[in-house]
Design a protein around this ligand. Structure first.
Ligand code: TMP
Length: 216
């Protein structure tokens, strides 16, 4: 059955810590989903719009070391508010699917877990700035912090968030795993320490149910 404009699209998000292989998986998934006949939009956070990419520049610039945790949280949601309205909602309404490299779970993990921002503030921003939009499926690339950091080492200058220490990334990982445990129907936790082909196979298996009745 072809995708019709009456059928709402699906939102798939990709999450994980440093060195988890998110970029490699994103490319493989993009190819796989398109091969199923899905009209797919690929985007990222922070970023994905002209405004969002400008915000990304600010939050990731290591020179902005005075940025407060509150300002960081609001900037993440400023980028998200723009992306949801300008790109994601219109695409889903038109029956297109969206594959987003990070979404609101990253704010719960990094600003909530990592920076200690209160969960209820993040939840309020999610309801208001992100229209309460929840992904259909979230793929969480999980691996030990030390493994991820070893992989990410030598990729060039660390950005403003990558310069954080192991304790920060342990809190990020812990929060991601708690989120996954609290919403098992939405999350698929992938073993990101496996080889890239294996991780892609895990991700494809995790998406299997999404295609039922949605593609040609
Ligand atoms: P990435 O695109 O390489 O994953 O980099 C984005 C960085 O921004 C990464 O360190 C995670 C961080 N981030 C947050 O801290 N909060 C958020 O809400 C999002 C979307 C990303």
């Amino acid at each position: 059955m072809p995708v019709t404009s009456l059928q709402r699209g699906r939102l798939i998000t990709l999450e994980g810590g440093e060195g988890a292989g998110k970029s490699t998986l994103l490319r493989g998934l993009e190819t796989h989903v398109r091969a199923q006949g899905v009209d797919l939009v690929v985007t990222r956070e922070p970023g994905g719009t002209a405004v969002g990419e400008a915000v990304r520049g600010v939050v990731l610039d290591a020179a902005n070391n005075e940025l407060t945790a509150e300002a960081e949280l609001l900037l993440m949601f400023a980028s998200r508010a723009q992306l949801v309205r300008q790109v994601i909602e219109p695409a889903l309404a038109a029956g297109r699917w969206v594959l987003c490299d990070r979404f609101t779970d990253a704010s719960y993990a990094y600003q909530g877990g990592g920076r200690g921002q209160p969960v209820e503030r993040i939840a309020e921003l999610e309801r208001w700035a992100a229209s309460g939009l929840k992904p259909d499926v979230t793929l969480l690339l999980d691996l030990p912090v030390a493994t991820g950091r070893a992989r990410a080492a030598g990729r060039g200058e660390a950005d403003r968030i990558e310069v954080e220490g192991d304790a920060f990334f342990e809190r990020v990982r812990g929060r991601y795993r708690d989120l996954a445990a609290s919403e098992p129907a939405r999350f698929r936790v992938l073993d990101a320490s496996a080889a890239p082909d294996d991780v892609l196979a895990q991700a494809i298996a995790g998406l299997a149910g999404l295609f039922d009745g949605a593609t040609s």
